[in-house]
Design a protein around this ligand. Sequence first.
Ligand code: AVI
Length: 317
Amino acid sequence: MSDAVEAMDATFARDVVRGLSQPHKSIPARYFYDLRGSALFEQITCLPEYYPTRTELALLRLHAPDLGRLAGDSRTVVEFGAGSATKTPVLLDAVKAETFVAIDISGEFLVQALDELAGARPGLRVVPVQGDFTQPLTLPPLPRPLIGFFSGSTIGNFGHLTAVNLLRSFRETLGEGALLVIGIDTRKNPHLLEAAYDDAAGVTGEFNLNMLGRINRELGGTIPVDAFEHRAVWHDGYGRIEMHLVATRDLSFDAAGQRFAMAAGETIHTENSYKYTLAEARVMARASGWEPLAYWTDPEELFGLHVWTAASEAGQP
Ligand code: AVI
């Protein structure tokens, strides 16, 4: 086992033990994405109830000419995170990108995804950067100004303070004159939201339950996965969808070398997905060193595509 894999296992074990030892049990959502979890997430993005992916893609296509105009002479796109085989090419074409920088923690993923992109665009210079995009990064020398891309409303999976810190860190990484193209899911009818996170085919349930399967596979767990149910609830006060795993009976299990017990009805909180009004999204932009430049939504206002520009202190009294 490589040192990196061992360190990852140790972090996973520590986070699971910490999360399951709290009075309200939780496990960080980032642990959804093992190989099986990533494949299930891909399936989720195609579900009829899960509107974000297709709506954001349609907005990118519809506003490609506007994106091209706003980008001006910027020809370098920097994508934060795993990226999307369907959305990324639309932005690259819209701004006539000459250089594409993809930042992801998983080197393996990067190489595979970038090979595909580069294959289809022989003129594009592709620069993989393996790193943790939640921290400011020093990028290699690049033609500037840069266009950041953060799609899928991934920002919604972070709490407000963490989200602002993350966006501030993007601002620092991208530098003066940068643009950020960011997809942010909107607040809407709770029935639509709950259906999107609890689909009829049960794929989101499988995605959620896979977290327990992963603990069993990777951390020597004995969790009776069949004794858990998926639950997705909208919390209006917090402005977020919460995903939980509910114990359907009293049970106990081992995980990462520790014993845990749960009473029937007790839950493990696995994900928050925050939704933002336009006004809230703009406050978030300004709180993190960005100035809102453009905003597009679909006729039903299911999803928001925002373009922000790096705010400058120049000219401030
Ligand atoms: C990755 N992220 C933006 C998704 C979301 O909508 O919060 C994850 C997801 N969870 C359940 N369905 C999709």
